[in-house]
Design a binder for this molecule. Structure first.
Ligand SMILES: Nc1ncnc2c1ncn2[C@@H]1O[C@H](COP(=O)(O)OP(=O)(O)OP(=O)(O)O)[C@@H](O)[C@H]1O
Length: 620
C-alpha cells in the first residue's frame, strides 16, 4: 500500500497541474476537494457517522426507497458477502440509510465508516465512491489511494446512482471492502453488479409509481426482455413519456448515438419521436406475442426488443376492475399519494350529481380540479366559474341571478341572464364561497333546493339543472360555527369534500415543475432547460402561493433565460428569502413539545414530514 506521505505529494502535484495516470473521475474529484471544498490532504479525518436522531430522519425520508430496493439489495448482498464486501445504500446527501455487512467485523467496519449512518458526501469525506457518484451521476470505482483523505486509502468502494422516474438522483448504491487486491481492475465485476442492481431498483420503482401508465420494457436481447430488461419507459394514454429508468435508458440512448442528451429531455416527448411506433401500437408489444413481433426500431435505426405492460389498475385486479381515471383527472399528478386519493374520489363522484366542496390553500388548483371534474362528467353544458370574493357585493345578486329589463336603476334595458342560468345543463363553480354575503346564501339555497332561479325583477322563477362545485381556502365549518355561513347551505354544498394538498407537501413537485414548464414551452414556442442549482432551489422552496406561484416563477424565469437555460439568476429573489425568525423559534418550541419527534410534529401540524425536515434544515 502507498505511504501517506507519497499520497499527499501526489495530490499536491495534481493540484499544480501535473498529468496523472489516474482515471478522470478521480482527478476531477480531487480538484473539487481542493478548490471547491477547500479540503487539506495533509489533514486526515476519520469517517463521520451522523447522530442517531439525524439518521432516523434520513431513514424516514428514504423509507419508501429502502422498501422498494430491499429485495434487490439482499440478492446483491448474497452474491458478494463471501468476498467480505459490505453494501451501503446512501441517500442523495451521502448518508448511509441502509447497510448490510458481516457482523463479525462490526467494529472495524464502523471505524472505517462502512456502517449505517456514515456520511460519504464529497465535501465532508473527500473523494469517495458515494460522493463522486452523487456529483457526477455516473457509476464509479474509487479504489484505495484514489481516495483523497489518507484515512480511507485502505478501502475499495464502487458505487452507482439510483434515479427516480423523473431523473432526480435519489440514492447511491455502494459496495466496499476493507481490504482488496492492489489492481483496480479487480473491482470491474463489482461495478457491473452495482450497476445492474441499481437498474433493477429503478425498474421496481417505476413499476410501483406508474400504476396508471403503460410501461414499455426495452432489451437488446429477447431472452432478457421479460425478466431483466435494459430499461423501461412509462407512457401516458396519449403516448407521452412520463417517466423512465434513467440509468438504463441513458445507456441505451448512448447506443442509439444520442450522446450528450440528458434522459430528462425525453420526458413529455411523444414516444413516436424516439421510436418507430405510436401509442396505438402498444398492445402489439404485450406479453404472449412472439418475440419476433416485438421488435422495435429506434428513430436512428437501432433495433430493440420491447414488451408493453398495460396500466396496472386494469391488469392487476381483473376481478374488481377499477375504472381507469378519466383523461382530464389522470393528468393532475404523478406519484403523489394525497393527490391520487383525490383523483380516485373525484372520478367516482364526477359520475354522480353530487355537490362537492373543494378545499385547499390559495393557488393549489381548486378551479383546475373543478374543471377536470366537469370535463369528466360528460355533461354537455358550460363550466361557469364565479369568484364570490372578486365580484363587488352589490353586484353579486344580479350577476348570479340575472335581472329583467329595467329591474333597477342602471340595469341594462335588455335585462341579463345570470351566471346560474348560464351554467344550467353544465357546472356552476362557486369559488371562495365563504365570501358570499349571508342574504345571498339564502337565495342560493333556494336555487339548489328547488332547481329554479328567479332573476331580479322577475315575477316567475325559471327552471335550472345544475351541478354545483364550490371551493374555499377558508375553513367553512369554522365560518358556520361563527354564524357567518349558513349551516343548511354548508351541508347542501358539501355532500363530499375533496382536499387538495399544498404544493410544499406534494411528492411529485419535480414532475409538476416539468409539466408547467412544458406548458410555457408551448406558449412561447421554445424549449427550456433548468440547471441543477435552479432546479434544487425550485424544489426546496415552500411555495406559499402553491401552483400559481410556481407557474408565475417559471414564466418569469423563462422570460429571463439566456437562450434556453434557466439558472439561479432567472429565479425570483424571494425564493431565497429566509423565514421569519419568530417562525423559527415557534418551530423549535413545537418540536421540543413533541419530544423532538419529527413524525409527531408533522402529525400535529397536519403536514408531511418532509416539510418539517426542510424547515429544520433551513434552521440548520
Ligand atoms: N394539476 C395541475 N397541473 C398543472 N397546472 C395546474 C394544476 N393545478 C393548477 N394548475 C395551475 O395553477 C394555477 C392555480 O390554479 P387554480 O386557479 O385552479 O387554483 P385555486 O386553488 O383555484 O386558486 P384560488 O384559491 O386563488 O382560487 C393555474 O394557473 C392553474 O392552471
Amino acid at each position: 500500500m502507498v505511504s501517506t506521505l507519497s499520497h499527499i505529494r501526489e495530490i499536491e502535484r495534481v493540484a499544480m497541474g501535473a498529468v496523472s495516470p489516474r482515471d478522470a473521475p478521480v482527478i476531477q474529484s480531487w480538484l473539487r476537494c481542493l478548490h471547491d471544498y477547500k479540503l487539506d490532504p495533509t489533514v486526515a479525518q476519520e469517517a463521520y457517522i451522523v447522530p442517531e436522531v439525524k439518521l432516523r430522519e434520513h431513514r424516514e425520508q428514504a423509507e419508501e426507497l429502502i422498501r422498494i430496493g430491499r429485495s434487490g439489495l439482499e440478492t446483491l448482498f448474497n452474491q458478494i458477502a463471501e468476498q467480505n464486501y459490505v453494501l451501503l445504500l446512501s441517500d442523495a446527501r451521502g448518508v448511509t440509510v441502509d447497510f448490510m455487512g458481516d457482523p463479525t467485523f462490526d467494529n472495524q467496519l464502523r471505524r472505517a465508516g462502512l456502517y449505517l449512518g456514515s456520511e460519504w458526501s464529497e465535501n465532508r469525506a473527500g473523494t469517495c465512491a458515494v460522493g463522486a457518484c452523487i456529483v457526477s451521476g455516473e457509476p464509479v470505482i474509487i479504489h484505495q489511494d484514489d481516495h483523497f483523505d489518507t484515512s480511507h486509502i485502505g478501502l475499495t468502494c464502487t458505487a452507482a446512482p439510483v434515479f427516480d422516474t423523473l431523473g432526480a438522483l435519489t440514492a447511491v448504491l455502494d459496495i466496499s471492502q476493507l481490504r482488496s487486491p492492489t489492481a483496480k481492475a479487480s473491482q470491474q465485476l463489482a461495478l457491473h453488479l452495482v450497476a445492474s442492481t441499481t437498474r433493477r431498483i429503478e425498474l421496481a420503482n417505476l413499476m410501483t409509481r406508474t400504476r396508471n401508465d403503460w410501461v414499455l420494457r426495452l432489451a437488446r436481447s429477447p431472452e432478457f426482455l421479460d425478466v431483466d430488461p435494459d430499461a423501461a419507459i412509462a407512457l401516458d394514454g396519449s403516448g407521452r413519456i412520463t417517466g423512465m429508468t434513467h440509468g438504463g435508458f441513458g445507456a441505451l440512448a448512448r447506443s442509439m448515438n444520442m450522446h450528450g442528451v440528458a434522459t430528462r429531455d425525453f420526458l413529455g416527448q411523444p414516444i413516436s419521436e424516439v421510436f418507430d411506433m405510436d401509442v396505438d401500437d402498444l398492445p402489439r408489444f404485450m406479453r404472449g406475442r412472439p418475440n419476433g413481433e416485438r421488435l422495435l426500431r429506434a428513430r436512428n435505426g437501432l433495433v430493440l426488443f420491447a414488451s408493453a405492460i398495460a396500466p396496472a389498475v386494469s391488469i392487476r385486479a381483473p376481478a374488481v376492475p377499477e375504472p381507469r381515471l378519466p383523461r382530464a383527472l389522470r393528468d393532475l399528478s404523478n406519484g403523489d399519494t394525497a393527490m391520487e386519493r383525490v383523483q380516485a374520489r373525484a372520478a367516482k363522484l364526477a359520475a354522480r350529481d353530487i355537490p362537492i366542496l373543494i378545499q385547499g390553500e390559495t393557488g393549489s388548483g381548486k378551479e383546475f380540479l373543478a374543471r377536470a371534474i366537469h370535463d369528466s362528467c360528460g355533461n354537455p353544458g358550460n363550466f361557469v366559474a364565479v369568484n364570490c370574493a372578486a365580484i363587488p357585493e352589490h353586484l353579486i345578486e344580479s350577476e348570479l341571478f340575472g335581472y329583467t329589463p329595467g329591474a333597477f336603476t342602471g340595469a341594462s334595458q335588455k335585462g341579463k341572464r345570470g351566471l346560474i342560468e348560464e351554467a344550467s345543463g353544465g357546472t356552476l363553480f362557486l369559488d371562495e364561497i365563504g365570501d358570499m354575503p349571508l342574504a345571498l346564501q339564502s337565495r342560493l339555497l333556494r336555487v339548489l333546493s328547488e332547481n329554479e332561479v328567479q332573476p331580479v325583477g322577475a315575477l316567475k322563477a325559471r327552471a335550472v339543472r345544475l351541478r354545483v362545485l364550490s371551493a374555499s381556502h377558508r375553513d367553512l365549518a369554522e365560518l358556520v360555527k361563527e354564524g357567518r355561513f349558513r349551516q343548511d347551505l354548508y351541508y347542501r354544498l358539501n355532500a363530499a369534500t375533496l382536499t387538495l394538498p399544498s404544493l410544499r407537501d406534494r411528492q411529485d413537485l419535480g414532475w409538476l415543475l416539468d409539466q408547467l414548464l412544458r406548458r410555457i414551452e408551448k406558449e412561447n414556442g421554445q424549449t427550456y432547460r433548468i440547471d441543477k442549482a435552479a432546479r434544487a432551489a425550485l424544489l426546496s422552496h415552500d411555495w406559499p402561493g402553491n401552483l400559481r406561484e410556481l407557474s408565475n416563477a417559471l414564466r418569469v424565469a423563462a422570460a429571463l433565460a439566456e437562450g434556453d437555460l434557466i439558472d439561479l439568476d432567472c429565479l425570483p429573489e424571494h425564493l431565497f428569502a429566509e423565514p421569519a425568525a419568530q417562525d423559527d423559534d415557534e418551530l423549535r418550541r413545537a418540536l421540543s413539545d413533541c419530544g423532538n419527534n419529527v413524525s409527531a410534529l408533522a402529525r400535529k401540524l397536519g403536514v408531511n414530514r418532509s416539510t418539517i425536515h426542510r424547515r429544520l434544515k433551513r434552521l440548520n
